[in-house]
Write a protein that binds this ligand. Structure first.
Ligand code: SF4
Length: 98
């Protein structure tokens, strides 16, 4: 098994994230993960609110390392959407990076 993110395993990256003191809780999932249906305007508001919470989070860097290593395909992680994380992973600079 290969190790992502500077030789650290996914389990180590997750432990780093937990140790860094994330500010989000499971109750915040309504901000971070898209519901079955939302309008573009609702999505924009939800994503903006999620990113704002991330920008106040001391675990942002650890969260980003974990999200990049696990190739997450949905949600907002470390102030980036899954598509923005994909751009970052492929070497493209997302339009908006915290
Ligand atoms: S950066 Fe955002 S998604 Fe990651 S732990 Fe912090 S608040 Fe949660």
């Amino acid at each position: 098994m290969s190790l992502p993110a500077g030789g650290r395993s996914v389990a180590q990256l997750l432990a780093d994230l937990a140790d860094a003191g994330p500010v989000c809780t499971p109750e915040d999932d309504v901000l971070f993960f898209e519901p079955d249906y939302e309008t573009p305007r609702e999505r924009a508001y939800r994503v903006r609110a999620a990113k704002a919470l991330c920008r106040s989070c001391p675990a942002l860097e650890s969260c980003r390392a974990y999200a990049l290593a696990t190739h997450t395909t949905h949600g907002v992680w470390a102030a980036l959407t899954a598509s923005e994380l994909r751009e970052l992973r492929t070497g493209n600079q997302p339009r908006e990076v915290a």
